[in-house]
Design a protein around this ligand. Structure first.
Ligand code: HEC
Ligand code: HEC
Length: 155
């Protein structure tokens, strides 16, 4: 067997491109369900199921009448369908679970870590107002795209 410098560097280049596309795909979330998209985008962005563990969604979907100070109640059948969709597509690597699951994406450890470079004045600016307003910075958030490519942080 003969390894030339060229074969080795070609192999490295293709490995690097596989790794970078896997990384990019990590932040584009594509699961869809019509009821989720309709009901859960009435007051804010329909947050992708992949951003919280199944247990967080399960608990949240049993208390929609007391949803972060709002009444987001649904009929039992619709709630069950959306709950099943959220749990089936939930985050799998448990990066957010240390003890009691958070119901807020913005309070998970990964969220704080990813966003620690955003200054406080940006969070409280008129353009953003609250951390849950993902689309203020992630311009393609409606399509589940949270990649760096589509990120525009207001100044
Ligand atoms: C009646 C309006 C309303 C509806 C409908 C609604 N929400 Fe919310 N949601 C809110 C409010 C208000 C907050 C809290 C906003 C804040 O204080 O940051 C919130 C916050 C959230 C958060 C936490 C965001 C964060 O800060 O990390 C999640 C997750 C969430 N909602 C999921 C859902 C899901 C899933 C559905 C559909 C079943 C849904 N919401 C439907 C009003 C609503
Ligand atoms: C004030 C602007 C702002 C808001 C609002 C915001 N983000 Fe971000 N987000 C950023 C910045 C800046 C980064 C860091 C990008 C980097 O350095 O890799 C980031 C990174 C991310 C990443 C990792 C992306 C990657 O390619 O590494 C995800 C996922 C993400 N945000 C999700 C969310 C979600 C979900 C919300 C709403 C609940 C949200 N963000 C709200 C600015 C924001």
């Amino acid at each position: 067997m003969r390894f030339t410098f060229q074969t080795i560097s070609l192999a490295l280049v293709s490995l690097a491109s596989i790794m970078s596309s896997a990384h990019a795909a990590e932040h584009v979330y594509s699961a869809n369900n019509v009821k989720w998209k309709t009901e859960c985008s009435a007051c804010h962005l329909a947050y992708p199921p992949q951003l919280l563990p199944a247990e967080s969604w399960r608990v949240m979907m049993t208390q929609l009448d007391k949803h972060f100070g709002a009444d987001a109640s649904l009929d039992a059948k619709t709630a069950a369908e959306i709950s099943a969709f959220l749990q089936a597509n939930a985050e799998r690597n448990n990066r957010a679970t240390t003890g009691k699951p958070s119901l807020r994406i913005t309070e998970t450890r990964w969220f704080k870590k990813e966003h620690d470079e955003v200054p406080a004045r940006v969070w409280s600016s008129a353009a953003v107002k609250q951390a849950g307003n993902c689309a203020a910075c992630h311009t393609q958030a409606e399509r589940g795209d949270f990649s760096e490519r589509s990120l525009r942080v207001p100044r």
